[in-house]
Design a protein around this ligand. Sequence first.
Ligand code: PLP
Length: 275
Amino acid sequence: EAVLPGQRPSRAILSIAGSDPSGGAGIQADLKTFTAIGVYGGAVITCLTAQNSVGVAACLPIAPEFVKQQIQLVLADLPVSHIKTGMLGTDAIAGAMAEALHNFSGEIICDPVLRASDGHDLFQKSADNTGLLALLNTATVLTPNLPELATLTGRHLETVQEALAAATGLLSQYPKLRAIALTGGHIREQDAEVEDFLILRQETGPEIFSVNHARITTVNTHGTGCTFASAFAAYHLLLGNDQEAFCKTVSFLDTLLRQSANLTLGQGKGPLAHH
Ligand code: PLP
């Protein structure tokens, strides 16, 4: 069969996340991000939410076995090299995801979404969080913000030093974890500059890179975390390198935040617009 000129080896990303019907966060944000960056994306839904830009009203978790079946069917068909996980909903769903991803040998970029910025819980803990821990054991990259890092490590975090020490601790706890991209928006919130960090596992010990950028004052930040993690996954697929993917992701977010800053979509925290 003739190969058409310009045909490229095809790879895809799969987002496994919650649905945001207002389109700002969750799988809707993920798919827009993949498309904007130029990567094919699939989406497995873990949870439906009823929400808008003002806040989350309710969550409807999908049956764990059904989440697993969705993942298995997509992985059996599409050339998925990267998986991005977002809202998990329940510990049982996280466990089902971990089972479905057990033999997956590509990248798993895990955005440890625990709570929406309006305070609504997006993850129902169990007594021992076995599902969440099993999922974290499959992750190659984590993309927490400061509150998520604090919850994951059970520490009170305020300073950069405390945050970097906590991230380094996570790297030594999860053997598959190669990198942590820590978004710095919640660190020193009064500063005009934001510093985002990439903490990499190296044989000689953790290596830390950081990028500084201006803090953009805007209410339109809904879904920023989802978009960051998806952009990292998409750029990593295209570039195959953590540092380059991280730098591209930081500047992608900076562009989106700037171009969305004056939009009036919704009555609360508006979304990022990818156009
Ligand atoms: N809804 C879903 C489905 C999400 O995945 C997330 C965050 O990851 C949110 C809501 C929270 O968005 P925000 O932090 O902008 O409130």
